[in-house]
Write a protein that binds this ligand. Structure first.
Ligand SMILES: N[C@@H](CCC(=O)N[C@@H](CSS)C(=O)NCC(=O)O)C(=O)O
Length: 295
């Protein structure tokens, strides 16, 4: 079943990449489609930065106990306004779903950048409240989900898409989702880096298959090679930052501007205590956030 869904998912993505006029989303029954609207109302309570394209609705949402960012992206030029959530948190699912409802969006994917160790993903809860939603995570994560992504896959929502880049190092299965590289996609591009690259920092590498050597290579080969003006949107910030760019992090990141040996030394000496929720969060997130049964 999971295999079947994966095939459907890739086929949908391929369709979307061939033509910007194709409406690639075939996971939604016609009966649920809404009238086309092209204008957005001004929005309420959510973190937000400027609009990146006339099609894209983008919101940066914050969960304060784990300092996690969840990202909402939608194609508002599409009749059903298909939306995705990246790294939802269980505690803020109701807030996120009511925002989605209020904006008239149709949530199709709840995606994770990796198996989080500090909070329980909202994915399972979202699926229990909105059964059409498909959970998405990398195949390399080892977690259960409806759809597994691999490097190079495209995750389409309406005419927009996210490209999947493998960025292991914080965990084995970490991926970065990057908005598409095409003239009809948001400009500048946006990279949702999870815990691989944080603003002026990076994810720790001391558990869940972490490796400082791998993280250094991932960031330099998969993120720092993106256009300099690409926005960096991480899964966490502990200092109040909201967004950065590839250029800024290449210049000012106190860890990743160093050579690999120095970086490995820095990472080996972080002396961070384990996340408080690690023993609950990791097992739960391996099954989509639902702890009692595998999906
Ligand atoms: N104190 C928090 C955990 C903080 C932490 O370890 N954050 C992780 C990302 S979540 S696993 C991290 O990689 N931090 C890097 C850094 O340099 O801070 C808690 O108890 O939950």
């Amino acid at each position: 079943m999971v295999q079947m869904l994966r095939l459907q998912f890739v086929r949908v993505s391929l369709l979307a990449s061939k033509s910007s006029t194709t409406l690639p989303l075939n996971l939604t029954p016609i009966s649920t489609q809404l009238p086309r609207t092209t204008r957005l109302r001004s929005q309420m309570a959510s973190y937000s930065t400027s609009s990146h394209s006339s099609k894209l609705l983008f919101r940066q949402l914050f969960e304060k106990e784990s300092s996690t960012y969840t990202y909402l992206l939608a194609d508002v030029s599409h009749p059903i306004k298909p939306a995705v959530l990246i790294d939802p948190v269980d505690r803020t699912v109701d807030r996120d779903l009511s925002l989605i409802h209020e904006l008239g969006l149709k949530l199709i994917y709840a995606m994770n950048t990796h198996v989080h160790a500090d909070h329980v993903t909202g994915t399972g809860l979202i699926k229990s409240k909105v059964p059409d939603v498909k959970s998405v995570i990398s195949k390399a994560s080892g977690a259960t989900a409806d759809l597994y992504v691999e490097p190079g896959d495209k995750v389409s929502f309406g005419d927009l898409f996210l490209e999947v880049r493998a960025t292991p190092g914080h965990t084995l299965g970490c991926v970065t989702y990057v908005t598409g590289d095409a003239s009809d996609q948001p400009q500048p591009r946006m990279a949702f880096t999870g815990d691989a690259l944080l603003i002026r920092g990076c994810g720790r590498t001391d558990f869940q298959g972490g490796s400082s050597e791998q993280l250094y290579k991932s960031v330099h080969s998969q993120i720092f090679t993106l256009p300099k003006d690409t926005f960096i949107y991480p899964a966490h910030d502990y200092k109040g930052f909201t967004v950065s760019t590839v250029e800024e992090e290449m210049k000012y990141n106190p860890r990743l501007t160093k050579n690999e040996e120095t970086f490995k030394n820095i990472m080996a000496n972080l002396n961070l205590s384990y996340p408080k929720m690690i023993d609950v969060a990791v097992p739960a997130n391996l099954v989509c956030g639902i702890q009692s049964k595998a999906i």
